[in-house]
Design a protein around this ligand. Structure first.
Ligand SMILES: C[S@@+](CC[C@H](N)C(=O)[O-])C[C@H]1O[C@@H](n2cnc3c(N)ncnc32)[C@H](O)[C@@H]1O
Length: 360
């Protein structure tokens, strides 16, 4: 009841009189800022709605425009305490008399990268500081826009794989580019110890880019086992790569469908897979690879790393991980890691090719 009365014109007038008579010294700009409504998460480049309350606790009128205007300011801060992008300023909805308050609705554009950010709000009044109002700092995990999320089941179900097998699994501009990438990956694997007699496990094999690369390379003593959550992709790979030592089976999110007796493998590869899986899934898949690898077996995988996330940030469209966190988890399932390639990616992130060797 009292709070309703406080919002009426009479209530506002009473507050105004009280602050004029008994507020802080006349020249002092004293106020308070509080965040009334914050989004639980934000998306890169997408505006989120905030409500910030400002209260004029001084004896001065707060103008909403002009040189001495009072405004609220929001700044994105990284997990390491740095400013990220320019501040957002929002004007008062009206002139605020002493004792008056207002809620300001602000559409805050998301930062340009995913990660664990905070949004720090404060009050500004040109060059003059507003006292009594420490910044409000709200943690906000930032992810990619929902519209860029990927459901691989849907991708494979709706694709015409006979026409587009190369197109659905990566950012390739042509089939030739896809084939060049396959050959380059095979060259990299040879540098890491692949031989024609190797037994290779390809987890997240898609439509078989590495089956294409290894079809003419592996001997009959070698073997290629491919698995993917996309049943249509596996069916396509089965009818396309028909050597008897090339085996394909559909898998599940954290389970590789081959029994222990299918191993031991010399090499397990995850190409552009951990860039689409959540960290707990990636680590369970690493543990599955370890189950099927021989004692001197190796994993080669690429990941996108960012220092802007405590652990990981993103979604199935693109997942970025904190490098130290990811490598600690890989260590926990029995792998030591060595970075064998570093590639520029986006602001605040880079793509690594990592070799994991069994430590036990
Ligand atoms: C970007 S594509 C890369 C495909 C292939 N490795 C290549 O480089 O051409 C990612 C693939 O990972 C598969 N995938 C995603 N999550 C998976 C999981 N948990 N287990 C197995 N495959 C998965 C997707 O279905 C998709 O085929």
């Amino acid at each position: 009841m009292l709070s309703v009365l406080r919002m009426t014109p009479a209530g506002r007038l009473a507050r105004h009189v009280r602050w004029c008579l008994a507020g802080p010294p006349r020249g002092e700009l004293t106020g308070r800022l509080s965040v009334r409504s914050a989004p639980p998460t934000a998306e890169v480049g997408v505006a989120s709605d905030w409500v910030v309350r400002v209260e004029n606790h001084s004896r001065r009128v707060w103008p909403r425009a002009g040189a001495g205007r009072v405004a609220v300011r929001g700044r994105w801060i990284t997990r390491n305490g740095g400013d990220y992008g320019g501040p957002i300023e929002a004007a008062l909805p009206r002139t605020l008399l002493p004792g008056d308050w207002a809620d300001i609705r602000v559409a805050v554009p998301g930062p340009a990268a995913v990660g664990d950010f905070t949004l720090a709000w404060d009050l500004t009044a040109g060059s003059q500081a507003v006292t009594g109002s420490p910044a409000e700092v709200i943690p906000v995990p930032v992810t990619f826009p929902r519209a860029t999320d990927i459901d691989y089941h849907r991708v494979f179900r709706s694709a015409d794989l006979d026409a587009n097998s190369w197109w659905v699994v990566g950012a390739y501009h042509s089939r030739e580019e896809y084939e060049r990438s396959a050959a380059a990956r095979r060259g990299m694997l040879v540098e890491q110890g692949l031989t024609p007699d190797s037994r290779v496990l390809d987890i997240g094999c898609g439509t078989g880019q590495m089956a294409l690369a290894l079809e003419g390379y592996l001997s009959d003593r070698g073997a290629y086992y491919g698995t993917d959550i996309g049943r249509e992709a596996i069916e396509f790979a089965r009818r396309t790569y028909r050597r008897p030592n090339f085996v394909f089976a559909p898998g599940e999110m954290t389970r590789v469908p081959f029994p222990d007796s299918a191993g031991p493998f010399d090499l397990a590869i995850f190409f552009s897979v951990f860039t689409h899986t959540f960290t707990d899934e990636s680590v369970l898949l690493l543990a599955e690879a370890r189950r099927l690898l021989g004692p001197r077996g190796t994993v080669i995988a690429d990941v996108i790393v960012t220092d802007l996330a405590d652990r990981a940030a993103g979604h199935r469209g693109e997942m970025r991980v904190n490098r130290g966190h990811f490598l600690r988890l890989a260590g926990a399932v029995g792998f030591g890691a060595k970075v064998i390639g570093t590639f520029p990616w986006a602001a605040g992130a880079e793509r690594l090719m990592i070799r994991f060797d069994r430590t036990r």
